[in-house]
Design a protein around this ligand. Structure first.
Ligand code: AMP
Length: 583
């Protein structure tokens, strides 16, 4: 019988524990969270706190709380927490013991063995200290593996590949880049480089500086002396940063930061992604320099790389993928959650040691197989074009997810915008599949450049919610596209393309695909409308209901007869009724 061995990512900012169960890797949740903040604290009642509660008390009692202990592993110095001093191993052991408890509660049996990951650059002393932390926590560390190796394992569980993989790991406090080689079942780090003083915390600091400067200018108050106010600013800055990964603007708000001669100081400041990206550009450039140093170390050139994998929470910053793609002409892979892939890889290694068979299906994640976006006026092949495709949700992103992008009106006093939603990858939106469209009317009288936010939310059931929001008024219009994913079976488009290519040869491909796409689009749109109408039947007046039922029947008949050209009219009729009912 195989034994339980867990995989642990003991991180500077966050830690996770994972295990192979029913041939699937599971990152174990604790109170519905898979990520445990690497914080340890002593409560006022002298109880040990680990994770979220410790992180929460850090704002109030920094002297009773320890964070980022990983940075001190291997050092002799002790850290102070409340009245006592502890070795780094002891603090890490508290985190490990907590994780062990989470796994035991989940599995319903004792856990005594673990694979723990460490950074590729960790020295012997640091590795030894990690092993000791495990022992203190009651865990035999059966193997320590390098974090980039674990990340690569989470993507290539079977390891039958021959690949060179760039693992770009940008966490809270550290940046590491490694080049990992996979040759059959040998996975090794060929070169690595990094900066253990660069990460998401520095990005937070840029926003903190920006906020402090803003408050200084606005209220002539220097909050840097107030530890509590600074801790709160730090927290809102981090939240703002994370929101900017999915949204083009963020409102940073915090009440009663401080009092100034009896008047409370509130914070209310908008930050846009573009300005934020300017703030962190130098840091990202620094990481790219490190990547090139790693290449030199491995005697490789950029063309030798087959894949780029993103690891660490900070890689969710869109600028990271964008710059990597510009530099290496490869779209970085993000299917496995960048916060969880190291723990998942550790669990795969643990399972192998424990005698399990691991296969490609071991790490299965919910990802969108398609890219979704909208169209906008832009330049296509150097020419003005009204339907340039702007992807918003990229294929292979893990689900569920919400992304918002900003667009601008073209003319002064523009009253309406037409929003079209497409699925596909073509630069010309009209060559993609249109899956929804709607009109936003009644925009305020504004000069051109009035920002309109387009928000796409894709859930695990493949339902896509689309909203368009006029930023200055919050005027909003939304639609729901059911089964945005499952309606187009994975590979269907590719198979269709191949088939057409075979029959007609390369040259005629575009024309024929367009016809195919149009029919497909009409049927998809009709079905979505029918589903939506059926949901609205209950609340419609009897007159409207009768109209709707008639049109629905007509649509169903037309589809059954495959008389696709006749679909246009009933689709328009039904859209009109629904539009009328919704407005
Ligand atoms: P890690 O050390 O890998 O756990 O990464 C933690 C860092 O990732 C922290 O600085 C987080 O603020 C950052 N982070 C988490 N989620 C996001 C996000 N959505 N966008 C940008 N940074 C993020």
């Amino acid at each position: 019988m195989s034994e339980v061995i867990v995989g642990i990512d003991l991180g500077t900012t966050n830690s996770e524990i994972a295990v192979l169960k029913d041939n699937k890797v599971t990152v174990i949740e604790d109170e519905r969270r898979k990520i445990l903040p690497s914080f340890v604290g002593m409560s006022e009642k002298d109880e040990i706190l680990v994770g979220e509660p410790a992180k929460n008390q850090y704002v109030l009692y920094p002297e009773r709380t320890v964070k980022s202990i990983k940075r001190k592993m291997g050092e002799e110095a002790k850290v102070k927490m409340a009245e006592q001093s502890y070795t780094p191993q002891e603090i890490s052991a508290m985190i490990l013991k907590h994780l062990k408890g989470i796994a035991e509660a989940y599995l319903g049996e004792p856990v005594q063995k673990a694979v723990i990951t460490v950074p590729a650059y960790f020295s012997d002393a640091q590795r030894q200290a990690t092993r000791e932390a495990g022992e203190i926590a009651g865990l035999e560390v059966v193997r320590m593996i390098n974090e980039p190796t674990a990340a690569a394992l989470s993507y290539e569980a079977e390891q039958k590949a021959h690949k060179r993989i760039l693992v770009y790991d940008l966490g809270g406090g550290t940046f590491d880049v490694s080049i990992v080689g996979i040759e059959d079942d040998v996975v090794e780090v060929l070169a690595s480089h990094g900066n253990n003083q660069l990460g998401g915390d520095d990005f937070d600091q840029k926003i903190v500086d920006h906020i402090v400067k803003h408050l200084q200018e606005k209220s002539e108050i220097d909050l840097q002396q107030s530890r509590k106010a600074m801790a709160r600013i730090n927290r809102v800055a981090e939240i703002a940063k994370q929101k900017l990964s999915d949204e083009p603007y963020v409102m940073i708000e915090e009440e009663y930061l401080e009092e100034q001669e009896g008047t409370p100081i509130h914070l209310s400041l908008e930050l846009d992604r573009h300005d934020y990206e300017e703030m962190i550009m130098d840091y990202i450039d620094e990481t790219l320099e490190a990547v090139h140093i790693a290449f030199k170390g491995a005697n490789l050139v950029t063309a030798d790389i087959d894949e780029i994998l993103l690891v660490g929470g900070s890689t969710r910053t869109p600028l990271v993928s964008r710059r990597l793609k510009e530099e290496f002409h490869l779209q970085p892979r993000t299917e496995v959650d960048p916060d969880l892939c190291v723990a998942a890889g550790a669990a795969i290694q643990a399972a192998m040691i424990g005698g399990h068979d691991v296969s490609k299906s071991t790490v299965l994640v919910d990802v969108t197989p398609y890219t979704y976006g909208t169209s906008a006026v832009g330049e296509l092949n150097g020419e003005f074009y009204p339907y340039m495709y702007v992807p918003i949700i990229h294929k292979n992103s893990s689900l569920p997810l919400t992304k918002t992008e900003v667009f601008y009106t073209m003319v002064d006093n523009q009253e309406k915008v037409e929003v079209r939603i497409f699925q596909g990858e073509e630069q010309d939106a009209l060559n993609n599949i249109q899956i929804g469209e709607f009109l936003v009317e009644g925009l305020s009288e504004a000069t051109q450049g009035n920002p309109i936010l387009i928000k796409l939310e894709l859930d695990l059931d493949g339902i896509l919610h689309v909203s368009a929001i006029e930023k200055i008024t919050n005027l909003q219009k939304s639609i729901t596209i059911d089964n945005a994913i499952s309606r187009f079976e994975k590979g269907e488009m590719e198979t269709a393309k191949e088939r057409i290519k075979e029959i007609f040869g390369e040259d005629r491909k575009i024309i024929d695909i367009d016809q195919n796409t149009e029919t497909h689009h009409a049927v998809v749109q009709a079905r979505a409308l029918v589903e939506k109408a059926e949901r609205m039947l209950d609340n419609a007046s009897s007159e409207d209901r009768e109209d709707m039922v008639n049109v629905i029947e007509l649509i169903n008949d037309t589809i059954a007869k495959e008389d696709f050209t006749a679909l246009k009219e009933p689709i328009e009729q039904l859209s009109d009724i629904l539009y009328y009912l919704e407005s």
